[in-house]
Write a protein that binds this ligand. Structure first.
Ligand SMILES: CC(C)(COP(=O)(O)OP(=O)(O)OC[C@H]1O[C@@H](n2cnc3c(N)ncnc32)[C@H](O)[C@@H]1OP(=O)(O)O)[C@@H](O)C(=O)NCCC(=O)NCCSC(=O)CC(=O)CCCCCCCCCCCCC(=O)O
Ligand SMILES: NC(=O)C1=CN([C@@H]2O[C@H](COP(=O)(O)OP(=O)(O)OC[C@H]3O[C@@H](n4cnc5c(N)ncnc54)[C@H](O)[C@@H]3O)[C@@H](O)[C@H]2O)C=CC1
Length: 726
């Protein structure tokens, strides 16, 4: 609702009220409209202030309304016109946040005052929409095309101080914003308002508008990677440069409706709520976010300052948690320290642009050592040494003796058994997996893996750590590869099998990049280093000296195996780091991949050697085999209780594996393709490749199809239901 009151003798105050973020539901909008009409009708009211309850203006339209049948009634645009047309001055008092429809309401007001800590933005693009309440037409008239394009096509939040410089707000205050707005409203009584009505203003012209717009469109398209909303936001803003206000609004509405029904908006809105849903973690034995409290982390340590450790240290420093970095010897320590300092300097430079500072030269905040004794007083340790169980156990055993009894011990292992690591400690209840993604200071995902003995407090503490590091923590159970890497395995396995059968690395990558992945599986493998998987396969006895003599080249444990990645490693082709992998690069450490004729002839020789008939593989087969195998593994993970819902898998894939957000994550995507279709295709491919168990459809997928293909929200409720049709 919205509360109507008197702020001063002649000023009415309309307070938007819908906790926690004053989202503009149909009820709030109705109350806002009623309040405006009441103020207009009351001759003793000479001015109006609009503000929000609890120090927040508004987070915009209630996102849930977009997928509800009641959306037809969400007529925000006409209410904003009503505000703008008012003959009595209307002042917006912006505290906390004014986002989306919230900012559009403020743009309809004649004046805007913001608290210095407020943030403003039009983030509709991030949920697959555009500012559909005339925001694409008013904002360019207020702050010009370049700034409006930036804000609307990125959806970024603009701090109050920047908003003032842009002219988005008229004043920034440190005091009580509502009182300041009421004072301003009182002063404005009787003054002319015509020039303050944005719909009546022209869009400021640029000398080179056409060239500017065509350049901007190219940039927007490149960033969008298949997501529709940024380009349609652009089209709406372009309309503001070409059409009178009313026609621009019509164009905005037309484009908004295209987005609303595109499917991408649904996927992005699902992703928004999925990210919030995973914060409310539970485990199969009944532990949950509701009853567990996190412990404070006042000081942390990171062991191993390699690829991952240096990023983790950087994230901790950015989160203002004092940290000790530990390495195995002075040489490694120096290399690690330099790498950390370089990352921190870059981060500090970025933060300075947003008027923030990063203090990392103070030894009380960041310390480097080779001495485990320094870790006596830390509250939490994150181990990031080589992926080797014996080494990890040695470290955890040492930590268990040195660290104080309350300290939490975390491992960054990408696949190893958390219980086995915990077994060598005197506190298995305080051992947990914290799986960061590379580069750890950039990637948002933190997969949090509880073991058999991990306590709810430990899980809550790891989740809290994710939050302060501005990461998305997702709690999952313990199994080889956990959720992310376990689902990744069948995906990359199919990609390599496709090479054996006739594809080239660039064909497979192109199909998956066109689907929306930031990077295809072979470019990804070159970036991460082929040697990483090679080492793991050697440890598992799948290749290398421990492989039993006489093992067939393309078979392991009775199933199909491709030695292609091993053969590349044996030739020293580790990817970008050696300048050659699945692609060729300009030099060792180079970043620009080029298809490699050597790989093409190597693949044809390989097929000849193994008598594989090269065949043409179309895009559909590439996409289906890679994605459906990954999805089927996801259903197995759900059935085993490793993750408590499909949202968990989707949040992991979007934030850790470059899955295109506008497709909602693999499980959401599966629901849009239709489970019966996925099942039928997996059955077909599995019949064609009976020696590939990863193509056999998951029993849970089969069950859901037999149960009539229920919607994604209901899947978990079918886990233990009996099905007669199976
Ligand atoms: C606001 C935040 C920055 C806060 O962050 P934080 O403090 O970290 O808290 P959170 O955990 O994120 O959030 C707390 C809690 O609030 C819920 N929530 C947040 N925002 C919203 C929201 N906008 N709607 C609903 N719920 C919200 C969140 O889920 C949490 O709850 P929980 O899930 O239970 O834990 C951050 O939350 C944030 O960034 N929020 C999103 C802000 C945003 O994206 N705003 C834009 C919204 S879209 C919008 O405003 C659209 C418009 O302007 C267009 C209006 C036009 C309408 C006209 C068209 C109507 C359609 C009719 C079609 C007719 C067709 C025809 O005519 O033919
Ligand atoms: N590289 C990646 O993309 C990812 C790796 N991981 C996991 O993170 C862990 C670390 O991986 P990377 O950083 O890639 O390895 P890395 O090889 O780059 O770094 C490991 C570091 O640990 C140090 N180290 C080894 N023994 C030590 C000891 N006894 N005491 C102190 N330091 C010691 C090494 O000197 C080295 O600097 C592994 O478990 C890996 O599986 C997890 C996610 C992604």
């Amino acid at each position: 609702m919205a509360q109507y009151a008197r702020g001063a003798a002649a000023v009415a105050v309309i307070r938007l009220r819908n906790p926690p973020v004053n989202a503009l539901s149909l009820t709030v909008l109705q109350a806002l409209e009623d309040g405006l009409k009441r103020a207009d009708a009351d001759p003793s009211v000479k001015a109006v202030t609009i503000c929000g309850e609890n120090g927040k203006f508004s987070a915009g339209a209630d996102i849930r309304v977009f997928s509800s049948p009641k959306k037809q009634g969400l007529g925000l645009g006409p209410i904003i016109s009503l505000i703008e047309r008012s003959e009595k001055p209307v002042v917006a008092a912006i505290e906390g946040i004014a986002l989306g429809g919230g900012l559009e309401v403020a743009l309809g007001c004649h004046y805007r005052i913001a608290h210095v800590q407020a943030r403003m933005g039009l983030p509709e693009v991030t949920i697959g929409l555009l500012p559909g309440a005339e925001g694409t037409q008013r904002l360019p008239r207020l702050i010009g095309i370049p700034a409006a394009l930036d804000i609307i096509t990125t959806g970024r939040h603009v701090p109050a101080t920047e908003a003032l410089k842009l002219g988005l707000v008229d004043e920034v205050v440190e005091e009580n914003t509502v009182e300041a707005a009421i004072r301003l409203a009182t002063k404005l009584i009787g003054q002319p308002l015509g020039h303050r009505r944005l719909s009546l203003r022209p869009v400021p012209r640029l000398p080179n508008m056409e060239a500017f717009l065509s350049d901007a469109l190219m940039k927007v398209k490149k960033r969008a990677q298949g997501c529709l909303a940024p380009e349609l936001c652009f089209q709406a803003i372009k309309a503001a440069t070409e059409l009178p206000f009313a026609d621009g609004v019509r164009k905005e509405r037309e484009l908004f409706n295209i987005l609303l029904t595109s499917g991408q908006a649904k996927a992005l809105q699902y992703a928004f709520f999925a990210e919030r849903a995973v914060e409310k973690w539970t485990t199969p034995n009944g532990a949950s976010w509701k009853s567990a409290s996190p412990q404070p982390i006042r000081k942390a340590a990171v062991i191993g300052l390699g690829t991952m450790g240096r990023g983790i240290v950087t994230s901790l420093v950015k989160a203002k948690i004092p940290v000790v970095g530990l390495e195995q010897d002075l040489e490694y320590l120096n290399t690690g320290r330099k790498a950390v300092m370089l990352l921190l300097e870059r981060e500090a430079m970025k933060m300075e642009q947003g008027a923030q500072t990063l203090d990392f030269h103070n030894p009380a905040r960041l310390q480097f050592t080779v001495d485990f004794d320094v870790l006596r007083d830390v509250d939490l340790v994150i181990e990031a040494v080589f992926e080797n169980m014996a080494l990890k156990k040695e470290i955890f055993n040492k930590l268990s003796r040195i660290c104080k009894p309350e300290a939490f011990l975390c491992t960054n292992t990408s696949a190893l058994n958390i219980d086995e690591i915990a077994s060598v400690t005197n506190r298995p209840q305080q051992v947990i997996g914290t799986h960061f993604f590379s580069p750890a200071h950039v990637m948002r995902l933190l997969e949090i893996i509880y073991g058999r003995h991990t306590s709810p407090t430990t899980i809550a503490t790891a989740m809290q750590l994710a939050k302060v590091m501005k990461k998305v923590g997702v709690v999952v159970g313990n199994c080889f590869g956990f959720v992310g890497n376990r689902m990744m395995f069948p995906y990359t396995q199919q990609a390599v099998f496709l090479l054996e059968e006739g594809s080239r690395p660039e064909d497979v990558d192109r199909v998956l990049e066109d689907f929306g992945f930031k990077i295809g599986p072979f470019r990804m493998s070159d970036l991460a280093g082929l040697d990483v998987g090679w080492r793991s396969r050697k440890d598992q006895g799948l290749t290398g000296p421990s492989l039993a003599p006489g093992t067939p080249a393309r078979q392991r444990r009775g199933y199909r195996y491709s030695p292609l990645p091993d053969l590349l490693c044996e030739k020293g082709r580790f990817g970008q780091k050696t300048g050659k992998g699945w692609y060729q690069y300009e030099k060792a450490g180079g970043r620009i991949s080029k298809p490699d004729p050597w790989i093409h002839s190597f693949l044809s020789e390989y097929r000849d050697t193994h008598q594989i008939k090269t065949r043409f593989i179309d895009q559909e087969e590439i996409l289906e085999r890679c994605l459906f195998a990954l999805i089927s593994e996801g259903f197995d993970i759900l059935a085993e209780g490793i993750a408590s819902g499909p949202e968990h898998l989707d949040v992991i894939y979007i934030n850790g594996y470059g899955w295109p957000k506008h497709r909602g994550g693999p499980m959401f995507y599966a629901s849009t393709v239709g489970l019966p279709n996925i099942l039928a295709k997996l059955q077909k491919y599995s019949e064609m490749h009976p020696d590939v168990p990863q193509l056999r459809p998951s029993a849970f997928l089969k069950k859901l199809v037999a149960m009539g293909n229920p919607p994604l929200n209901d899947w978990m409720s079918y886990l233990h239901r009996q099905s007669n049709k199976l």
